[in-house]
Design a protein around this ligand. Structure first.
Ligand code: GLU
Length: 482
């Protein structure tokens, strides 16, 4: 059996969108499952919209996701000669022809079609020009394009690995352009020429291209090549089934990064957009996805983008992630917020790891992790307002905080257990619940009403910071109550 070869072929006209990234991922899972080559091709023949900056970002996004390619990148803009010579071959075998129709000619046939309420199809004006006619037109200095002579009757059947056979009536396909007057190929032509030359065995791409596939198959047949297999993966829609856009949340890989997602979590989430491993499993490490991936478990219906599910999956990965890796991923988010400055000493790095290990449980993203760990790095935080009303203004709170702070300062041995014991004995002595002490303490030292275990926090903050913040809170309460 020949080697399985798939390609991901983005157009560098914007940031890598979740739809494109998911297509790349399905290609990757498919080929890693079969053991073959993953090829990257850059479809950069749109001179106006393609930007090298987007190409760089694309590479960065694919690397970040871990979707590394084995071959390429091939650039279509550097393969123009191939398209031209293949078009020439079609001209020579009379399967393609020069078309000299002007914009006005075409506008006229469009107007006629509109008037007759039918879809516009190129009427084939230049299909059978004689050699003399052509010569005369060329002498006039007319530009030409190259069109493929397509069948007028019958059907073209796309055998889609996900959808089964999809029939297209040839009567609705006109003689489409394969090479434009500037010598550049159209997408349909360049794409199939490359797929054939690069010996792609399986073309896995977005559903929006399904209607292009009959055209590409006709090109392949005209060029006497055998077809690759095709699979069109379903669209990704917003929860209201509208087209996915910025208003539904992050849509590009860069935005997901900036929101503080982990690449493994995003990959896991994207795999489930249209594919299912069979059971109701949601958390799947990459190796499992690879070993279980198959196109027949890809859905034909649109996948729905669900930010809550992504958040849930990301939180899962945050919790189980290797701590060193998490530290590395999280560091830029702390730096960005001015909470940390690299390089960190060994001691500071160690402390950082303890902090994130404590906070990660409750964080859905690295942004939440950094925000949730703020109080470990700065005294500059406000008390949550609803907490102030609920916790600080209860009877004797300022006094309790002050007395506890005093005890803490005089503790010989300060750690999680000893400070917890202090709270236990203090609450017994005062005959109040431990909660009456813990809640205001949490607010005093973190500014928040919820968070990780309070004694873990106090231990990590250290004796002096803890005591100081409790005294400051006591002062604050006294000021407000006086
Ligand atoms: N450049 C095309 C796109 O980004 C590629 C489509 C294909 O895979 O053939 O939509």
């Amino acid at each position: 059996m020949s080697e399985v070869r798939v390609r991901f072929a983005p157009s560098p006209t914007g940031e890598l969108h979740i739809g494109g990234a998911r297509t790349a991922l399905f290609n990757y899972l498919f080929v890693r499952n079969k053991g073959g080559k993953f090829i990257l091709r850059i479809d950069d023949t749109d001179l106006e919209r393609s930007k090298t900056d987007y190409i760089d970002k694309l590479f960065a996004s694919l690397h970040w996701l871990g979707l590394n390619w084995d071959e390429g990148p091939y650039y279509q803009s550097q393969r123009l000669e191939h398209y031209r010579s293949e078009a020439q071959r079609l001209l020579e075998s009379n399967k393609a022809y020069h078309c000299y129709c002007t914009e006005e000619d075409l506008a006229e046939s469009r107007a006629v079609a509109r008037k007759e309420s039918r879809a516009y199809l190129y009427p084939g004006t230049c299909r059978h020009l004689s050699a003399e006619d052509e010569k005369a037109l060329q002498q006039e200095g007319r530009n030409y394009v190259i069109r493929l002579h397509t069948p007028d009757q019958g059907q073209t059947v796309v055998q889609d690995a996900i959808r089964g056979g999809v029939n297209f009536d040839n009567a609705y396909l006109d003689d489409f352009i394969i090479l434009k007057s500037n010598g550049y190929p159209t997408y349909n032509f360049a794409s199939i020429v490359d797929d054939l030359e690069l010996q792609i065995t399986d073309v896995i791409r977005a559903e929006e291209h399904l209607s292009n596939t009959p055209r590409q198959q006709i090109c392949a047949e005209a060029l006497s090549y055998s077809l690759p297999r095709f699979a069109h993966v379903p669209m990704i829609l917003a929860p209201d089934r509208s087209k996915l856009s910025k208003r539904h949340g992050a849509t590009s890989v860069e935005e997901f990064y900036a929101e503080g997602h982990l690449p493994e979590a995003l990959v896991n989430y994207m795999a489930l957009l249209g594919w299912s491993p069979g059971e109701d499993e949601e958390i799947l490490p990459l190796e499992q996805m690879i070993s279980r991936f198959s196109l027949d478990r890809v859905s034909r219906t649109a996948a729905i983008y669900d930010v809550n599910k992504l958040a849930w999956i990301n939180n899962h990965y945050m919790r189980v992630y290797d701590l060193d890796k998490l530290a590395e991923a999280a560091l830029p988010f702390f730096e960005e917020r001015g909470l940390l400055k690299t390089p960190l000493s060994d001691e500071a790095y160690d402390y950082f790891k303890q902090v994130i290990d404590l906070v990660r449980e409750r964080s859905k993203t690295l942004v939440e992790l950094a925000e949730g760990a703020r109080y470990f790095y700065t005294d500059d935080f406000e008390y949550e307002e609803k907490g102030v009303n609920k916790q600080f203004y209860k009877e004797n709170v300022a006094d309790y905080l002050r007395r506890l702070a005093g005890e803490i300062r005089s503790m010989e041995h300060y750690d999680k257990n000893s400070v917890e014991e202090l709270y236990s004995s203090f609450s017994e002595e005062l005959e109040i619940s431990k909660g009456r002490l813990i809640h205001p303490t949490r607010l005093a030292v973190t500014g928040c009403t919820v968070g990780p275990g309070i004694f873990d926090i106090l231990a990590l903050l250290g004796r002096d910071t803890t005591a100081e913040r409790m005294e400051q809170a006591a002062e604050y309460i006294e000021r407000k109550l006086s």
